[in-house]
Design a protein around this ligand. Sequence first.
Ligand SMILES: Nc1nc2c(c(=O)[nH]1)N[C@H]1C(S)=C(S)[C@@H](COP(=O)(O)O)O[C@H]1N2
Ligand SMILES: [Mo]
Length: 225
Amino acid sequence: MADDPVDTEGPHADVNAKLVRTKEQWAKDGRALTGTSSDPKRDRRPPGQRITQDFPVLDLGIQPNLSQREWALSVAGQVAHPLKWDWEAFMAQPQVSYLNDIHCVTTWSRYDNTWVGVPMRTLLAEVKPLPSAKYLMVKSYDGYATNIPLADVDRDDVFIAHSWQGKPLDRDHGGPVRLVVPHLYFWKSAKWIRHITFMDKDQPGYWEARGYHMRGNPWDEERYG
Ligand SMILES: Nc1nc2c(c(=O)[nH]1)N[C@H]1C(S)=C(S)[C@@H](COP(=O)(O)O)O[C@H]1N2
Ligand SMILES: [Mo]
């Protein structure tokens, strides 16, 4: 398709196969599990996490090179009003600043990230999920996908980001546009988002099909399923 900057058949040839195998093995081994659980209200740092100052890049090794003009987000499935936002429509939505911590399943956490983006609740108000909608599948331009319960995005702290630390989001961190779901492990925060499908039944995304947890709450160490 002429409007497809990258292949839509899912990640294949360019995927960093070694990295994928390593992470699958970690899931089998239960790597980094401490066997403890904690309360996010009491413990800022989830069990088994260590703080890093830098911002590591983690993906499948395919980093789509998308201009703002080439990017668009479509939403379909169990919703009353499917939508498609191109860059202009996206930027016409309410713009909100956020401050949060992020927690990667590979054990790094990064505190005090500042972001600007569109609240997920703005998108939900537009599309109006049907009563049958219980889960989302979020799909990206690199072929990545991740599933998230609807209840985990129907929150004030979940948003669709275009800027980080006062600058447009870099390509390697998901620019021009990524999802941010700070209360779940960071693999749920899809970079280069392209499509969201609302579903009645849960289905695994890319990592969830390879041993990662279907929800991914860091304070309960939901690293692997
Ligand atoms: N589209 C896409 N989004 C993705 C990924 C990916 O491979 N492709 N990797 C996930 C994983 S495993 C992590 S830890 C975070 C990393 O985000 P960062 O590279 O900005 O640190 O992105 C998540 N979102
Ligand atoms: Mo990750």
